[in-house]
Write a protein that binds this ligand. Sequence first.
Ligand code: GRG
Length: 325
Amino acid sequence: MPLIQPLKMSRGIQSSSWPARRTDRGKPGAPRFDLTSYLDAQTARINQALDRFLPNASTKPATIHQAMRYSLFAGGKRMRPALCLAAAAACGGSDADALPLACAVECIHTYSLIHDDLPAMDNDDYRRGKPTNHKVFGEGIAVLAGDALLTQAFELVAHAKGWARYSHQALLLELTRASGSLQLIAGQVADLEAEGKKIAAPELKYIHERKTSALLCCSVRLGGMSADCSSAQLSALTQFGYNVGLAFQIIDDILDVTQTTEQLGKTAGKDTAARKATYPSIVGLEKSRRLAGQLTQRAFAALKIFRGRAAALEAIAQFLLTREK
Ligand code: GRG
């Protein structure tokens, strides 16, 4: 039995159910998981920890610390750190132990967005509902703010406890592999090189696996590691994170063509303008939605091993499938 009621996908997700509200879809009779309260509480916890870990805005050189904090606290959804904490909980761990790793992932994610927005990359003026970092601080400082956030992430790993099964070396390898030239950067390179070209679905999947899924997957794996999880639990989290990551990027591509700039807090319609290959452009909107639903079902199936302790992971995956921004 899947942990949450399966979506009806015989003819794709029905338009009346798309997009759904920000709530979970529990089994009939099962206690409802209040995702809104959960995410609000975790976001506050993550923001507090980030604020504590980062040099304050007046620390010399103040410009760089202001620029780092500007993007970090601009109002991101905090999905990667929330997933990290939820994975820790599924494996019997604590928020306190997982927080340095959750914050590390958010620092890497924010760095990637700052650099992605630069004129040399996607050249965007708007992110997280605000002018992009380089628009406020200039290109030089934006490059450095991204570099500093990336470096900060590794310092945060050093603040983690280290566990019997997972040493600091294992944690560092996890983060460096997900964000290095074989994953996050590889995805971005392939994305840049594919611009304006016709590519097929397997190449697009290659990009999504690296550009998006790798860091999402790393987030849940690090959460599990912070709970000294078993290898079976780590494999389950890997399956979950991989599939949620792929679904996340398909939804992101759908939202790019269905939502407005105001709704998204970032420039809508960028993919079409840049002639980027996306699932909607290759297979159409309905099939893209169906694919994202199927990937989310696979993610749910991976959670069976946690026997009811993965309610937060499940609810976040459902929310990511039905989100509107
Ligand atoms: C090293 C020069 C250099 C650049 C690195 C790797 C990289 C640039 C950019 C990749 C960034 C990217 C656009 C990844 C796609 C993943 C994605 C859809 C990000 C948006 O994530 P959300 O929706 O954003 O979680 P918020 O703002 O809510 O955190």
